[in-house]
Design a protein around this ligand. Structure first.
Ligand code: NAD
Length: 345
């Protein structure tokens, strides 16, 4: 266990087993503030799989917070969905008590498998929650950041605004559809795919998008490929058939492995690191938790433009893959001597 923690630089692992609740909270780093990260509620095959997920995801949240300049550490919670029938309300209330026992070291949020009502149940037991029906959905803010990130990448790569730029969006969920709306409003031409044909048809009707089958999205002639569905889709096979000059989307953990970042760089494709371009959701959650106003949140999200610009310039001048530059910048903030965001970002 300690070796696995060491491997991901995770400082703390907390476990709770109470009646049907089997939960783990991983805290990666508290240097910048209390850890903030979503809670996954999934049917894991083994305890080890659940712990590995928490460790890996907590690290990602630290890096995201560092480059988003939010005063939060990285953390993630995982609840193993019970295999037997269970009382969902009671389970999430117990999870709320578990969070409360950590006295604010970890703040939770929605993630795969959780619903806003689950967050409301947690909130009945602890104030350390950054999603609830009262707080609202982070997805529109994430989409706003991704649209800004795509515009930044297009400006860097083509010295052009979004008008007539062809963007292929994979996945039209909470973020993908809102992104389609923003890009369409700025004159981009859209190609879309979703495993749910109704969502694709909606984008066709509302934003004149060209609809393609999910398996055909990679080989589309386009300027930007925007992964907004699943993670780990940037593998050797898919990268090989991409015809774009930019990859920029909201999905978490897009690179199937770190080597894929280098492959993308070698192909001359500009890659907007996922945890930088999709940080709008974290900025929303952190800002709402700290009581910031909507106008202040928009200002915070806008800063991701400067961070991406810096990554693109350094990648170009050092001939180094964008994901490596982003990791180095985050590590300088998390583990280096400086804590001042301005100096590193
Ligand atoms: P979502 O579940 O609402 O949407 C995902 C969409 O992708 C769905 O419409 C689904 O049908 C589609 N999809 C799944 N597999 C697909 C495939 N093979 N081809 C095409 N479409 C496919 O999720 P979301 O909230 O929009 O988030 C999307 C991604 O962005 C996730 O990876 C999420 O972790 C990440 N993310 C979301 C936020 C946020 O604020 N919601 C913030 C940061 C990162």
């Amino acid at each position: 266990m300690f070796t696995a923690m060491h491997h991901q630089d995770v400082q703390e692992l907390h476990f709770c087993h109470k009646e049907q609740l089997n939960a783990v909270i991983a805290i990666h780093n508290l240097r910048l503030g209390p850890a903030l990260g979503g809670c996954r509620f999934l049917p894991y095959d083994s305890e080890q799989e659940a712990i590995t997920d928490a460790l890996r995801l907590a690290k990602g949240m630290s890096y995201k917070a560092a480059l988003a300049r939010v005063p939060q550490g990285g953390g993630k919670a995982v609840i193993m969905a019970p295999k037997e029938p269970f009382n969902r309300k009671a389970l999430f209330k117990q999870f709320g008590q578990f969070i409360q026992s950590l006295s604010g070291r970890y703040i939770t949020a929605m993630d795969s498998g959780t619903q806003v009502t689950d967050m409301d149940h947690i909130r009945s037991q602890t104030p350390y929650v950054s999603s609830s029906s009262e707080i609202g959905d982070p997805s529109p803010t994430t989409a706003q950041g991704v649209a800004l990130g795509i515009a930044t990448a297009v400006q860097f790569q083509f010295s052009h605004d979004l008008s007539n730029i062809r963007v292929a969006i994979q996945g039209l969920g909470h973020v993908g559809l809102a992104l389609a709306e923003q890009l369409h409003a700025q004159g981009a031409r859209l190609i879309v795919s979703d495993v749910d044909p109704q969502k694709a048809q909606l984008a066709k009707q509302k934003y004149q998008a060209k609809v393609v089958a999910p398996e055909d999205i990679y080989q589309q002639e386009c300027d930007v490929f925007s992964p907004c569905g699943l993670g780990a889709i940037l593998n050797e096979k898919n990268i090989d058939i991409l015809k774009c000059k930019i990859i920029a989307g909201c999905a978490n953990n897009q690179l199937a492995s770190d080597d894929m970042g280098q492959l993308i760089h070698d192909k001359g494709i500009l890659y907007a690191p996922d945890y930088v371009i999709n940080s709008g959701g974290l900025i929303f959650a952190s800002s709402r938790f700290r009581g910031l106003k909507t106008s202040e949140i928009a200002r915070e999200v806008h800063k991701l433009k400067d961070t991406l610009d810096k990554i693109f310039v350094l990648s170009h001048t050092k001939n180094k893959a964008c994901h490596e530059i982003a990791n180095e910048m985050a590590e300088q903030i998390l583990f280096g001597k400086m804590v001042q965001f301005q100096e590193a970002v």
